[in-house]
Design a protein around this ligand. Structure first.
Ligand SMILES: O=C(O)CCC(=O)C(=O)O
Ligand SMILES: [Fe+2]
Length: 314
């Protein structure tokens, strides 16, 4: 099955029929594929280009400079060097380095203490303004998609989007360097995995490599039109919906010969606030399909999964 496409302006600005068609394509697309491409998303093209350019500059800095920003809040913020993260149940590390930006709340906000401060490389001018602006645009886009998903199930409109208000979402900017002989044999840019969070919005990189595992158990390349983003569902949505929405397995394969260049990408992992209840929702529980998982909070669930992928120690 191919990856469906939606245009978010159909939902934001369309008439009732256009909106309904959008909701159907989104809901079915998540249930059947777990990945869609999204146009009309409202993210500012120029800010995206500027952000990519800044991170290209940052990742080109000497390792010793980048490592000043390592281990900030246990890796939740700042820089994570090449070779640290590995997919769940994988021994070999992914061939990537990345930077994390998280939620920023004003002083006095009740959840302020939950979130470690972001850090910004002094070497790159203007990064804070560009990246925090982009973070808000991603949050808006995610909230709208989650409202449309609630419509699909006939649930209260903000049932999913309320979970991400002042949530623990993470913008990850990734650099996959060119492959060289010194890298661990058999390792790949990003080994097969499912995302942990509710949904992920992904600004597709300039560079091929992303593949999903289809329900037919075949790897299929994801192609987004220039300017589109990709949305996929993660483990938290899988759990809330009692498995109705899959967390589709995906990976980033190494480049073929002749295309061995750096690859950059920018996933925005949409997370609830940590006290958010991820108990399977009643809507998805029936006599034939009892709840598959016990109650858990988003914070506890995240903790478990970060331990599994080597980002935090048990
Ligand atoms: O780099 C990409 O295109 C995908 C990255 C990804 O799947 C992830 O970081 O979870
Ligand atoms: Fe992923």
């Amino acid at each position: 099955m191919s990856i469906p496409h939606i245009n978010l302006s159909d939902y934001r600005e369309g008439d009732a029929q256009t909106k309904q068609a959008f909701v159907q394509t989104l809901g079915k697309g998540l249930e059947e594929v777990g990945f869609l491409t999204v146009g009309g998303h409202g993210l500012d093209k120029e800010v995206i280009a500027k952000t990519y350019a800044m991170f290209r500059e940052f990742f080109a800095l000497p390792e010793a400079v980048k490592c000043q920003y390592d281990k900030v809040a246990g890796g939740a913020r700042g820089y994570t060097p090449f070779g640290r993260e590995h997919a769940k149940d994988q021994k070999l590390p992914d061939l990537k380095e990345f930077w994390h930006t998280g939620q920023e709340l004003p002083a006095g906000h009740p959840l302020r203490a939950e979130y470690p401060d972001n850090v910004w490389p002094v070497e790159i001018e203007g990064m804070e303004a560009a990246v925090t602006g982009l973070y808000r645009q991603f949050e808006n886009c995610a909230a709208t998609l989650l409202e449309a998903l609630a419509d699909y199930y006939g649930l209260p409109k903000s049932i999913f989007s309320d979970m991400i208000t002042d949530g623990n979402s993470i913008l990850r900017t990734i650099h996959y360097p060119p492959i060289d002989g010194g890298m661990p044999a058999g390792a790949v840019r990003a080994a097969a995995h499912e995302d942990i969070n509710l949904i992920t919005l992904l600004i597709e990189s300039q560079g091929a490599g992303l593949e999903i595992l289809t329900q037919e158990n075949e790897w299929e390349a994801v192609h987004a039109l220039e300017g589109d983003i990709i949305v996929d569902s993660g483990d938290m949505l899988h759990r809330l919906t009692n498995g109705v929405i899959p967390a589709t397995t995906h990976r980033v394969v190494n480049p073929v010969e002749g295309e061995n260049r750096s690859r950059y990408s920018m996933p925005f992992f949409v997370h609830p606030f940590s006290a958010c209840d991820l108990t399977v929702m009643d809507h998805f529980v029936t006599e034939e399909r009892p709840a598959k998982w016990p109650p858990i909070t988003a914070g506890r669930f995240l903790q478990q999964r970060l331990e599994e992928i080597g980002l935090i120690k048990k």
